[in-house]
Write a protein that binds this ligand. Structure first.
Ligand code: NDP
Length: 296
């Protein structure tokens, strides 16, 4: 029987596990605060930001939202970032990607105070992660590690093939899984659009992680018997639904599930974990900044 990995359930456990720490911080006069910054009015980004705000409310994290006009200058966005860096009630914040074309996201990230960079994208935090001394693990890779742990997948000595080398998923995940650590010690192969014979690379893997952004690129023929499949992809494809589309992953679920031992669904797999780990990083940021140790 193939196990369908329930990301909603694991994320809910993680959120429940944070509430004690949030209350301990609040009792010490340091309720964690998360801000979201959205430049422009991309509907998908608005949805993501709303969900993050709602998540905060549910667990008792203070949340602040900053809207920046899509036509505003980069400096206007930088001013908002400077304000958040100076605001002691905001322990962490994220600038929702994508930003409009006239703004360079890398310039934005460099301006975020690394101690408040709960996405873990600032070069200082990337460097610390690679060095094995992460301050904030980026939310999606961290969420994937937690899903593997919840599925009792031992990564030690496992062959993991990651399809996708983005700075937010593929590369940090590879760095985390290869660390000499209990939740690392894997042998990692990273694939991308120039990889030759992708199927050979995925078939050799005990764990396949797909973070590509191409609907159903990976089918059952590319999955070894008994492998674990983590599908990060969220792709809108036209469908005869009320909204006119449906969400599918980077993996063809039906055929992959025939070979896999365990597989994440889309939606309900990695997505909820990404959101839960943002709350986790916010609690960690508050604890570090306020000097109040908590159990994480
Ligand atoms: P990017 O577009 O930044 O990166 C995609 C990667 O896939 C690139 O490395 C690209 O290669 C590679 N790629 C593209 N086509 C192929 C192909 N045919 N064969 C092999 N590799 C290919 O995407 P992200 O990492 O930001 O996101 C990936 C997916 O995950 C998206 O669907 C996104 O919506 C979703 N996502 C979901 C999250 C969640 O919480 N559930 C969080 C973040 C992302 P190259 O580098 O050569 O261009």
């Amino acid at each position: 029987m193939t196990e369908i990995i329930d990301g909603n359930a694991v994320a809910s456990e993680i959120r429940d596990g944070l509430t004690g720490s949030i209350e301990a911080l609040a009792d010490a006069g340091a309720r964690p605060g998360l801000a979201t910054v959205l430049m422009g009015d991309d509907p998908a980004s608005e949805t993501y930001v709303n969900m993050k705000q709602r998540d905060c409310e549910e667990v008792g994290i203070e949340s602040v939202h900053v809207d920046v006009d899509g036509d505003a200058s980069p400096e206007t966005l930088y001013d908002s970032i400077a304000d958040l860096n100076d605001n002691p009630d905001v322990h962490g914040y994220i600038v929702q990607a994508p930003v409009p074309d006239h703004v360079d996201y890398r310039d934005v990230i460099r301006r975020v105070d690394p101690e408040k960079d709960v996405d873990g994208f600032h070069p200082e935090n990337v460097g610390r992660l690679v060095a094995g001394d992460a301050r904030f693990r980026p939310c999606t890779p961290h969420g994937i590690q937690k899903l593997l742990e919840a599925t009792e997948v031992d990564t030690e000595g496992a062959d993991v093939t990651i399809v996708g080398r983005s700075a937010i998923v593929g590369k940090p995940l590879a760095n985390l899984l290869v660390q000499k650590a209990d939740d690392g010690n894997a042998t990692v192969t990273i694939c991308h659009s120039r990889t030759e014979d992708l199927a050979a690379k995925t078939r050799q893997a005990d764990v396949v992680v797909a973070a590509v952004g191409v609907p159903e690129l990976i089918d059952g023929s590319m999955i070894d018997d008994g492998a674990v499949v983590i599908d990060v992809g969220v792709n809108r494809v036209d469908a005869d639904t009320e909204k006119g589309y449906e969400l599918v992953g980077d993996v063809e679920f039906e055929t992959a599930a025939e070979n896999a031992d365990a597989i994440t669904p889309v939606p309900g797999g990695v997505g909820p974990m990404t959101r839960a780990m943002l709350l986790y990083n916010t609690v960690k940021a508050a604890s570090l900044q306020e000097g109040v140790p908590v159990d994480l």
